[in-house]
Write a protein that binds this ligand. Sequence first.
Ligand code: FAS
Ligand code: PHB
Length: 390
Amino acid sequence: MKTSVCIIGGGPSGLLLSQLLHLKGINTVILERQSREYVLGRIRAGVLEHGFAELMREAQCGERMDREGEIHEGFFIAHDGTQTRVDLHKYSGGSSVVVYGQTELTRDLYEARDRMKGVVIHNAEDVQLHDLKSGSPWVTYRNGDDIVRIDCDFVIGADGFHGVSRKSIPRDVLQEHEKAYPFGWLGVLSRTKPVSPELIYARHERGFALCSLRSQTLSRYYIQVPLSDSVEDWTDDRFWAELKRRLPADVAARLITGPSIEKSIAPLRSFVAEPMRYGNLFLAGDAAHIVPPTGARGLNSAASDIYYLYHALMAHYQSGDDSGLDGYSAKALARVWKAQRFSWWMTTMLHTFPDSTSYEQRLQQTELDYLFSSDKAMGSLAENYVGLPF
Ligand code: FAS
Ligand code: PHB
């Protein structure tokens, strides 16, 4: 099999790039390790930056997002029994975010790939990358007893944190930067009316909590939990009781609870791999970087990688201009690190740290006090949350 661009990973990064390139007449093949049902069964991000939403529309996949997604022009930070609204529209110069689940977005991308007869190979086992430093890399995967070879011009590693692509870069070339946080997020999805029309990020001495949503009938809630906890430790009743303790009394009083339809614990980690290119392999999305979800930057950090690769590959095939490809890693990392900073800042400001000193706790409170006292501080939060320019 031969194609122009072989994409490893059928998550949002790989699918979006494949769709964008197809519309410019550039052939791709996607190799996805899991079944489509498995990929669509994952509950992940919920907030799309303005730039990500624009890319979905450019990929002709934005119709349901625009119909069913919600435009949010602000969110709340709950603290000390009250809540303060962050007016994104005011402080970002008129921008906003779209609340639309990653699961639905991924479904839209798969349906668009199917409509355009895109080649997405599921259950592709044992993917291996070859001759990445040559001008003619190739990829193999196992299909039952057969080994299939795909010759291509470029390989895109969009296979997430646990994928094979980053691990195909020699150890003496790759630099990894990591920060682990001493807690995780226990997330619950419930078919209940959301407690608030806008998201609530709650800072509380018992731990962080987040009230989010997928629609007016589907709510998404999170609470910070110790890394030693497991989902089995948390019955629905225990979860709802703890969430209420961490919310202002008036919010807790109107919280509508119900059975969890999904419940999971995710550890929080910051991670960046450099460089994001090795020969004709380009890393994108979670394959190259991970953020704690406090700043809603995870999926959105993938958006700029995809935007840069889309334009760079278009320039290569349409005019033989390789400046975008040659500059990709540095350009993508510049924006990735800004998303890392913002995610670290939001996480540090809003979570309780088991072994923090009284000085660090007062500093946390001061971070919030300064934020609410300064239009410029609010402007900095807002421009990062709606998405820095690509
Ligand atoms: P993905 O991991 O989504 O996709 C990679 C794909 O590659 C997967 O389908 C995988 O099966 C496949 N793959 C892996 N190895 C392979 C191999 N060897 N061969 C072939 N295919 C392979 N972000 C937010 O903004 N907000 C959130 O609340 C949030 N919550 C999250 C919760 C969890 C548990 C996780 C893990 C992530 C969360 N994220 C969140 C971040 C998440 O949304 C990612 O940023 C997003 O999925 C990135 O998309 P991809 O880069 O496509 O990677
Ligand atoms: C979510 O709805 O899953 C969500 C929203 C905002 C975040 C993290 C997760 O910062």
